[in-house]
Ligand binder design. Structure first.
Ligand code: ZN
Length: 93
């Protein structure tokens, strides 16, 4: 086995991902907005919720959006409630 220095050196923060982009830590946008304005995750705010749906109206993965667990849970509840009252679609097409 070669020494680490010959194998590409130490692993550093900000390594490139598979697509050649620097990986940056995503921050939950609801946590980030806290303080500046009261953050609303509410079933009535369909426009906000819609941004967390993919093109087939499924809820985006928290991993992808960077949403923290707490807000992802609130989001999921709000989206499901919004679907019940037809503010958001269950599926596209
Ligand atoms: Zn959060």
């Amino acid at each position: 086995m070669l020494p680490r220095a010959y194998r590409g050196g130490p692993r550093r923060y900000g390594r490139r991902d598979g697509r050649g982009r620097r990986r940056r830590r995503k921050v939950c946008e609801f946590c980030a907005r806290r303080g500046r304005q009261p953050q609303i995750i509410d079933y009535k705010h369909a426009d906000t919720l819609r941004r967390f749906l993919d093109e087939r109206s499924r809820i985006q993965k928290a991993r992808k959006m960077g949403t923290c667990r707490k807000h992802q849970r609130k989001l999921g509840r709000a989206i499901k409630r919004a679907r019940e009252i037809a503010l958001l679609p269950f599926t596209e097409d």
